[in-house]
Design a protein around this ligand. Structure first.
Ligand code: CA
Ligand code: CA
Ligand code: CA
Length: 1003
C-alpha cells in the first residue's frame, strides 16, 4: 500500500540513487516543516502523547485540539498496534481539523496493526449440545448484534435451507404444512428474507402459530410487511422508478436456535444472554478470537450542519397570506411530497420563520409562473422570477445565505405572472463548516453491527438505499463503519475496512475533495464505499454539493454479505467524482452503482415515450463524474437486474458543460447480469468508450427505455454483440466483437491497465482465475457463488478441447489450481513452451482448490505456464500458485525512513543487480502480499546486522544478516504455512551498519 506519510522518507531517499558500496553522502532532507508527532496506544493513558507515554485515542484527540490553531506543520498521530475497543465511535469534527494549510494525520505505527474494533471478545465457550456440536458462551443479557466473527471469518446467522418449498403467503403470513417452525423459540427474532429481482427484503416475525389445519404459520411483523408489500413507501420520482418487487416468497428463514445445523452458524439469544455457535473444522473455541460486534460506527468525521431535509409547503410554520392561495396535491408533477401551494393574485405572500444562516425556496418554474419579491426580516433582498419555458418541479427559485445565525423570517410576495407555486423550504441552520484536512492511513476498522433491521426489517429501495420505516419514509442509508458527513479534504489511504455489519465507508452530506484511495474494503454486510446523497438533487449551492471526491486504487470484495442489494461502490448525486483503478469483485448485486433519480431529469417527451402517464420532471446536479479504468468482476452472484457497472439518472445539465465519462473499464464474469454496462433509466450525458466487457450473460451494454439519452458510445470491446439500445439521442457504435480471447492490442492495453496500479497491488503468491494477468483463449466461461469451496468462490471453466489459459510470471515455482470431479478430463500443461504431458483431473468426487500440476526449482526469472483442455466435459481453473520473485524496486514495497537509498550495478550478484539499503536504525521496509509465505532474499555481510520482523502487526523477533563476508541473495527471513490471504511484513533495521533489501519471494 502506498502510504503518503511513509513516502515522505522514500522521496528523500530517491535522490541518492546509485551510491556504489553506499559510501556516498547521506541524503540531505529537503527543507520542510517538521511535523508534530503524537502517539496513542490501546492501553495509553498519558497526557503528553509521547512514544514513551502514549495517550488513549480520545486523549490524543484532546491533545490535537489544543494544537491545531497554532499549526505550522502537520500533526502526525501514530497509533500503536493492538485493539482499540471503542465504547462509542471516535468522533472528529471541525475542532479536530488541520489548520493553516496543514493536516492532522492518523497513521498506523510502522510494522504495527492498530485496529479500531467495535466488538466484544467472547470467551467461555462450552459444549451445549454435543450431538450437534453446538457450543455456547455467555454474553450480557440484552446484547444486540447481528454478526459474529471467528478468527476473522464471518459466521452465518443460523439459517434454514434456500428457497424452502411448501409456503403459501396469505395476508401477512407464510403458512406451511411443515410443523417444525411452530417449535421455534424467540419467534419475534426470526426473520424471513426474500431476495427478489434487484432487492432484498426482510421482515422479523410477530409470531409463529399453528394454523387450524396444522403446520406452521410464520406471521410477519405487520408494519414491516406493509412497507415491503402492500404499502411500499415509494415517494416516487426522483427516488425510485417503476417496478416494485415485493416480499412474496421466502429465500430463507433466519435467526432461530432451531436452525443452527451447519458449521459456521451462530445464534445470539439476546434476552437470555447466550451466543451459540457451531464451529467449523479446525476451530478451537478455547483459543479462537471470537468477536461479537456491538458498535455501529467506529470513526465519525462530521462537519456541520448535518443532513439537510426540506420542510414541505404543508409545514404548520408556514403562513400563506392573501385570498387566492390554494393547496394542490397528487399532481404527479414531481413536487416534493407530491403537493404545492399556489396563488394567482399579485400581492399574495407566504412567510416562514426559521433559525439559521440561509434558506432555499423550492418552487415550480414554468411559462405561467412569474415574479417574486423576497424579503428577509422585512427587508426586500431579491426579486426573482419563476418563469421558464417549460415546467420544472422543485427548483431553487430563491436562495439566501450569509445571514447571522439567528431567527429570521422569509417572506415571498407574488409580483407578476399567472402563478407562484411554493413547494418547500430548505433551511441552512448554520454556516457550512466542514471537518477538514484529516488523513487516516494504514489503520484497520473492523467489527461493526447495525441492529435497526432487527426491529423494523430491511426495506430496500435499491443498492443499499432504504426507506425509513417510520412515517417520514425518508431515504435511509445503511450506516458505515467509517462515516464522513460534510467533510472536506478528508483522506483515507492504505486502510483495511472489514468485517462490518453495515457499509464500509461512506462520504455523506456534501463531503468535498475527499479521497478513499488504496484501501482494502471487504467482508461487509452492506456496501463498500458510498459517496453522496439521494435527496439533495435540487441543490444549486455548490458549497452543499458532494463534489470533487475520489475513490481509487481500492480493493473491494465480498460486500453485501447480509444485505445482498448493496454494492461495491455507490454514488448518489455527485459532481466531479472520480472512481478509478478500483478492483471490485465477488458481489451479490451490481459491482458499482453510479447516480440516482431515474428519469426525473429527462424531458417530458422522453418520459412519455417511455410510457409514463405523468411527467415528474425536475433537475439534478450530478455531472462531471469520471468512472475510469476499474476492474469489476464476479458480480450479480445472488440478485438479478443489475450489472458490473450500473448507472441511474441524469448526468450533466444538458448544456454540454458537464458530461460524465465511463471509460477504460474491464467488466467480466457477470453471473446473473442482464447488462454488463447497464445504463438504466434516465442515464444521460455519458461518454462511454474504450471499455472491455467479457464473460457472463446479458448485453454488453443496455439502455432499455427512451428516458436514457444523449450517450456517446464508441471504441468499446466485447465478446458478445448483444446490446439493447432503446434510448434517445444515443450515438451508438457497436463494440469491436472479439471471439476466442483474441483481444486486439488496444483492448489488451485496457485489460492490462484496469484495476489498481502496480503500487497498489500486493505482491502475490496466489493468482485468482479473475486476475487480468491470465490470458484465456477459446470459449471460457466463469461463475461465482458456486459454494464448492473455490478460492474466492469462483472459477473459470471451458467445455472446449484446445482452449487455453496462460500466465506469465516472474518466479521460481508454479502450481495450477483447479477442480477435480467426475466430469473433468485431461489437461495438457506447457511450461515455457514445453509440454509437461497430460494431467488427469477426473475424480469420483468433487475436490475444490485441487493442485492439478506443480513444479518448482525454476530459475528466478520470467516463465509462462499454459493449461490446455484436452478431454472430458470440463476443464476448470481456480487460479495459480506461484512463488513470485519481486525485486526491491517493486513499487508496492514501502520504504520508511530518511536514510534509504537505491544502488544499482554493484556487480555483487544482486538480483537484477540492484538493492535498496539504509544505515539508520528504525528505518523499515513493508510489503503487503497475498499468499501463504514470504522470504527476504538479500545480501549478508560483516557490516550488516539485526532486523526486527513484524508480520501482520505481530513481532516475529529478530533475524541477523551478518556474515563473515559478502554473500548475495541469501535467504535471511522466511515464513510459510500462513492462512492463504493478505498479509503484511515489515522489516526494521535494529543493528549493524546496513540493512539491505534485494528481493522478496512470495508463495
Ligand atoms: Ca410540496
Ligand atoms: Ca477462484
Ligand atoms: Ca534487487
Amino acid at each position: 500500500m502506498t502510504i503518503s506519510l511513509w513516502r515522505r522518507a522514500a522521496a528523500l531517499a530517491a535522490t541518492t540513487a546509485g551510491a556504489l558500496l553506499f559510501t556516498g553522502v547521506a541524503p540531505t532532507p529537503a527543507a520542510a516543516a517538521t511535523p508534530t508527532v503524537l502517539y496513542a496506544s490501546p492501553g495509553g493513558s498519558g497526557s503528553t502523547c509521547s512514544i514513551s507515554a502514549p495517550c488513549s485515542v480520545t486523549g490524543v484527540q484532546t491533545k490535537v485540539q489544543g494544537l491545531v490553531s497554532g499549526m505550522s506543520a502537520d500533526i502526525d498521530v501514530y497509533l500503536r498496534g493492538g485493539a482499540y475497543r471503542l465504547a462509542s465511535a471516535l468522533s472528529l469534527g471541525p475542532a479536530d481539523s488541520g489548520q493553516n494549510g496543514h493536516k492532522v494525520v492518523y497513521a498506523a505505527y510502522p510494522g504495527e496493526k492498530p485496529v479500531l474494533n467495535g466488538a466484544r471478545q467472547i470467551t467461555g465457550f462450552s459444549v451445549y449440545d454435543s450431538t450437534k456440536n453446538i457450543y455456547r458462551a455467555p454474553v450480557s443479557a440484552g446484547t444486540q448484534s447481528r454478526q459474529l466473527f471467528v478468527n476473522g471469518v464471518r459466521a452465518q446467522r443460523a439459517r434454514g435451507p434456500l428457497n424452502p418449498s411448501g409456503f403459501t403467503l396469505t395476508g401477512s403470513a407464510f403458512t406451511t404444512a411443515d410443523t417444525s417452525y411452530a417449535s421455534f423459540t424467540n419467534a419475534s427474532s426470526v426473520e424471513v428474507v426474500d431476495d427478489n429481482a434487484w432487492k432484498q427484503m426482510r421482515c422479523p416475525l410477530a409470531s409463529i402459530t399453528v394454523p387450524a389445519g396444522g403446520g406452521s404459520s410464520l406471521n410477519l411483523n405487520p408494519a414491516c410487511f406493509a412497507n415491503n408489500n402492500t404499502a411500499v413507501p415509494n415517494r416516487g420520482f426522483p427516488f425510485n422508478g417503476a417496478g416494485l418487487p415485493k416480499l412474496d416468497a421466502i429465500t430463507y428463514v433466519e435467526n432461530a436456535y432451531q436452525l443452527l445445523d451447519t458449521p459456521g452458524e451462530f445464534y445470539l439469544d439476546s434476552a437470555a444472554g447466550f451466543v451459540y455457535y457451531m464451529p467449523r473444522s479446525g476451530e478451537n473455541l478455547s483459543t479462537a478470537d471470537v468477536e461479537l460486534p456491538t458498535q455501529q460506527t467506529l470513526l465519525n468525521v462530521s462537519g456541520t450542519p448535518g443532513h439537510l431535509t426540506p420542510v414541505n409547503d404543508t409545514d404548520p410554520g408556514i403562513t400563506y397570506t392573501g385570498s387566492s392561495w390554494g393547496y394542490f396535491s397528487a399532481r404527479s408533477l414531481g413536487d416534493l411530497y407530491d403537493d404545492v401551494h399556489g396563488t394567482t393574485a399579485n400581492g399574495d405572500s407566504v412567510s416562514y420563520t426559521f433559525t439559521g444562516t440561509g434558506i432555499d425556496v423550492l418552487a415550480e418554474t414554468n411559462s405561467d409562473q412569474g415574479g417574486i419579491d423576497v424579503y428577509i426580516d422585512g427587508t426586500k433582498v431579491q426579486s426573482v422570477s419563476a418563469t421558464a419555458s417549460s415546467r420544472l418541479a422543485q427548483q431553487v427559485v430563491a436562495s439566501v445565505s450569509g445571514l447571522t445565525q439567528a431567527q429570521h423570517t422569509i417572506k415571498l410576495v407574488k409580483t407578476s405572472g399567472t402563478w407562484i407555486t411554493i413547494d418547500g423550504f430548505t433551511v441552512v441552520p448554520g454556516a457550512i463548516t466542514p471537518a477538514h484536512d484529516i488523513t487516516f492511513q494504514g489503520l484497520t476498522f473492523a467489527y461493526t453491527t447495525w441492529t435497526l433491521p432487527s426491529t423494523v426489517g430491511y426495506i430496500d429501495n435499491q443498492a443499499g438505499i432504504l426507506w425509513d420505516a417510520g412515517s417520514s419514509h425518508a431515504p435511509l442509508r445503511i450506516p458505515a463503519a467509517v462515516q464522513v458527513h460534510r467533510g472536506s479534504n478528508i483522506s483515507f489511504t492504505g486502510n483495511e475496512i472489514a468485517h462490518n455489519g453495515g457499509t464500509g465507508i461512506d462520504l455523506a452530506d456534501g463531503t468535498q475533495n475527499s479521497s478513499v484511495a488504496g484501501n482494502w474494503i471487504h467482508d461487509t454486510s452492506g456496501g463498500g464505499a458510498y459517496v453522496g446523497e439521494v435527496d439533495d438533487y435540487y441543490l444549486t449551492d455548490t458549497s452543499r454539493m458532494t463534489t470533487g471526491d475520489t475513490v481509487s486504487e481500492n480493493w473491494i470484495s465480498q460486500v453485501g454479505q447480509d444485505y445482498s442489494d448493496a454494492v461495491g461502490v455507490w454514488a448518489g448525486y455527485t459532481r466531479n467524482l472520480t472512481v478509478s483503478h478500483n478492483d471490485i469483485g465477488h458481489t451479490p448485486y451490481s459491482g458499482m452503482s453510479i447516480g440516482w433519480g431515474w428519469g426525473y431529469a429527462s424531458p417530458c417527451s422522453m418520459q412519455a415515450a417511455q410510457g409514463l402517464k405523468t411527467c415528474e420532471h425536475g433537475t439534478i446536479y450530478a455531472g462531471g463524474n469520471q468512472i475510469l479504468d476499474n476492474h469489476v468482476h464476479d458480480v450479480m452472484n445472488i440478485l438479478n437486474d443489475g450489472g458490473p457497472i450500473y448507472t441511474n439518472g441524469g448526468q450533466g445539465n444538458g448544456d454540454g458543460s458537464t458530461t460524465s465519462v465511463l471509460a477504460g473499464n474491464l467488466v467480466e464474469v457477470g453471473n446473473h447480469t442482464n447488462n454488463r454496462l447497464y445504463q438504466d433509466e434516465g442515464s444521460s450525458y455519458w461518454n462511454t468508450h474504450d471499455n472491455v466487457t467479457r464473460i457472463g450473460g446479458g448485453n454488453w451494454i443496455g439502455m432499455w427505455t427512451p428516458t436514457i439519452h444523449d450517450i456517446n458510445i464508441h471504441d468499446n470491446y466485447s465478446d458478445t454483440a448483444a446490446y439493447n439500445n432503446k434510448g434517445t439521442n444515443i450515438t451508438f457504435n457497436q463494440a469491436t466483437i472479439v471471439s476466442g480471447g483474441a483481444w486486439p492490442s488496444a483492448a489488451q492495453a485496457i485489460i492490462d491497465a484496469a484495476g489498481p496500479d502496480a503500487a497498489h497491488q500486493p505482491l502475490t503468491g496466489r493468482i485468482d482465475d479473475d486476475d487480468t494477468a491470465i490470458s484465456y483463449t477459446g470459449s471460457w466461461t466463469a461463475n461465482g457463488n458456486r459454494g464448492y469451496g473455490d478460492y474466492e468462490d469462483a472459477v473459470h471453466a471451458t467445455g472446449t478441447n484446445g482452449d487455453t489459459a496462460s500466465l506469465t510470471f516472474t518466479g521460481t515455482a508454479v502450481s495450477v489450481i483447479g477442480e477435480k470431479n467426475s466430469d473433468q478430463g485431461q489437461v495438457e500443461i506447457f511450461l515455457d513452451g514445453t509440454s509437461k504431458g497430460l494431467i488427469d483431473t477426473s475424480a469420483t468426487t468433487r475436490s475444490a482448490q485441487a493442485v492439478i500440476y506443480s513444479t518448482s526449482g525454476l530459475s528466478a526469472g520470467s516463465h509462462t505456464i499454459k493449461v490446455v483442455k484436452r478431454s472430458g466435459t470440463w476443464a476448470t481453473l481456480d487460479g495459480f500458485n506461484v512463488t513470485g520473485v519481486h525485486n526491491d524496486t517493486n513499487s508496492s514495497i514501502t520504504y520508511t525512513g530518511a536514510s534509504w537509498r537505491y544502488s544499482a550495478n554493484r556487480s555483487f550478484g544482486d538480483y537484477q543487480d540492484d538493492v535498496h539499503a539504509t544505515t539508520a536504525n528504525g528505518d523499515s521496509a513493508t510489503v503487503t502480499f497475498t499468499g501463504t509465505g514470504i522470504s527476504l532474499v538479500t545480501e549478508t555481510n560483516s557490516d550488516e546486522g539485526t532486523i526486527a520482523v513484524s508480520l501482520d502487526g505481530a513481532s516475529q523477533g529478530t533475524v541477523n544478516a551478518s556474515s563473515a563476508s559478502r554473500q548475495a541473495q541469501q535467504t535471511v527471513y522466511t515464513v510459510s504455512g500462513l492462512p492463504l490471504g493478505r498479509h503484511t511484513l515489515t522489516l526494521t533495521k535494529t543493528g549493524g551498519s546496513w540493512l539491505v533489501i534485494d528481493r522478496f519471494d512470495v508463495r
